[in-house]
Ligand binder design. Structure first.
Ligand code: FES
Length: 166
């Protein structure tokens, strides 16, 4: 079934369009609205944005393929992105990645069976001075140690009702 925003969100997109002289300029804000609603964009999200903005879908696809910020598939409740560029690499991002896989079973580029986590590597997150850096949804976690990663993951599980103590 094709994806559609709620009527309320569709109205919001139409309102956003009025802020720009060309509806193509509203592509990124419209994709943010899709992200807010379901956490990812994907082909059907592109189709819907193109229809709402009345622009050729290729413009929306171009934006989706350029900005890694917009996932093209479901990324679970917690989308974990670990920077693997030089500063983070030198400060332990590979160990952090191995820890996610080996201790928490959060495999790279795969949704966990419970649908909670999706993890992928990303290029520089722009917080090199506080490496290693991990982004979870819209939050940055910096100067990370393996112990802090454990606390974060367990906290996410608990707040989702999947923790060992629940
Ligand atoms: S190298 Fe990791 S945030 Fe820049």
């Amino acid at each position: 079934m094709a994806f559609e925003l709620t009527k309320e969100k569709q109205e919001l997109v139409k309102e956003v369009i009025t802020h720009y002289p060309d509806p193509r300029s509203a592509i990124l804000p419209a994709m943010h609205i899709v992200m807010d609603e379901r956490g990812w964009v994907g082909d059907d999200g592109c189709q819907h944005v193109a229809e709402l903005l009345e622009v050729p879908i290729i413009y929306v696809y171009e934006a989706l393929s350029f900005y890694t910020y917009f996932p093209k598939h479901p990324v679970g409740k917690y989308h974990i992105q670990v920077c693997h560029n030089i500063a983070c690499n030198l400060r332990g991002s590979e160990e952090l990645i191995e820890h996610l896989v080996n201790k928490h079973g959060i495999i790279e580029n795969a949704l966990t069976d419970d649908g909670l986590f999706y993890f992928n590597r990303v290029e520089c997150l722009g917080a090199c001075g506080n490496a290693p850096v991990m982004q979870v949804n819209d939050e940055y976690y910096e100067d990370l140690t393996l112990e802090e990663v454990d606390k974060l993951i367990e906290g996410f599980k608990k707040s989702s009702g999947n923790g060992k103590n629940n």
